[in-house]
Design a protein around this ligand. Structure first.
Ligand SMILES: [Zn+2]
Length: 249
């Protein structure tokens, strides 16, 4: 299967109603095509039903010029249009700037953004911080990493892209690797991944983790694994083997 077919399959899977990740045109997905180019969902398309021509190829450095200077509201539409690599009436998703930032600062190959009900039950709560306070079970560590990022609610578009850039840069300085999971408070989930398959698995595990955290709150409160237990799982050779088998590293 070629890369674009795999990307389209990811979009359709993320849009399946039973997953409860997105409704209508919610969410967006992109793929790195080369150092300067990404394919990203066009604005207004539904993940569940989109076609190959609902992706637009855009120039990442052109989009990143939005981060320079003021009055980005006035410049966004024209900049997005200028970034298009081919003639089309479509424009990139409004969050293209956030995808561009993540391709600039991380080795991401595929980025997916959804609004999972299970995740947002927590990001919209006063317990959102618990999503990044610790690890609850071994598979969460193996797949989602020892730590994840939570970004406070920020106006979508350029302000959100700047907030994510700062949070991810800090994370990478501390951890030495890029985060796989970025929670956006009162908004949703960003997954930074190596492949379409990886993006779907990470999304599924983030949803499962949120459901377990939600259930643990109802059952008396979460009991996070101890730091030495987390480090042990993170460094066990058999877990490294499993991580490779899952294609999540
Ligand atoms: Zn969103």
């Amino acid at each position: 299967m070629n890369k674009r077919d795999a990307l389209l399959d990811l979009c359709h899977a993320l849009g399946e109603p039973h997953r409860d990740l997105v409704l209508s045109a919610e969410g967006n997905v992109s793929m790195r095509l080369d150092d300067h180019t990404m394919a990203i969902k066009a604005s207004g398309c539904a993940l569940a039903t989109m076609n190959d021509d609902d992706f637009v190829d855009v120039d990442i450095p052109t989009i990143l010029t939005l981060l320079d200077g003021e009055s980005f509201d006035d410049r966004t539409k024209a900049t997005y249009q200028a970034s298009l690599r081919s003639q089309t009436s479509k424009i990139p998703s409004v969050e293209a700037i956030l995808h561009a930032v993540l391709y600039e600062i991380t080795p991401a190959q595929v980025i997916s953004h959804t609004h999972p009900t299970a995740v947002n039950m927590l990001t919209c709560s006063s317990n959102a911080h618990l999503l990044v306070e610790g690890s609850l079970y071994p598979d969460a560590i193996v797949m989602l990493g020892r730590r994840q990022v939570l970004v406070p609610y920020t106006d979508p578009g350029v302000p959100l892209a700047l907030a994510v850039r700062e949070a991810v840069t800090t994370f990478m300085a501390e951890e030495g690797v890029a985060p796989k999971i970025i929670y956006l408070a009162n908004h949703g989930l960003f997954v930074v991944s190596d492949s379409p398959r990886d993006a779907l698995q990470l999304t599924e595990m983030a949803v499962k983790n949120a459901r377990i955290l939600h259930g643990s709150l109802a059952a008396g409160g979460p009991r996070f694994l101890q730091p030495q237990q987390v480090n042990r799982i993170d460094q066990r050779p058999d877990e490294a083997y499993r991580r490779n088998a899952l294609n999540v590293d």
